[in-house]
Design a protein around this ligand. Structure first.
Ligand SMILES: [Zn+2]
Length: 74
């Protein structure tokens, strides 16, 4: 099925949220996929530890969130 609403993909990135757990203090935060892609690094507001969101692990995880949300179309 051809997707005629390609622009919805951007909306998706703004809507879908991923949970980030700080590796140092365990503080949890929720950010949109768009935020993750734009910023690349998450700085924990509690301890200041930085999480690199551009690692392969995070790239896979972000893609997983996107896949999970686009699979509704099938
Ligand atoms: Zn922290």
């Amino acid at each position: 099925m051809v997707d005629t609403k390609r622009m919805d993909n951007n909306n998706l990135l703004e809507t879908v949220e991923a949970k980030i757990v700080c590796g140092q203090c365990g503080n949890q935060a929720v950010k949109t996929i768009a935020w993750l892609k734009t910023n690349g690094i998450y700085e924990c507001p509690v301890c200041g530890d930085e999480t690199d969101l551009r690692t392969q692990e995070w790239t896979d995880r972000i893609q997983g969130y996107i896949d999970a949300c686009t699979s509704f179309d099938e």
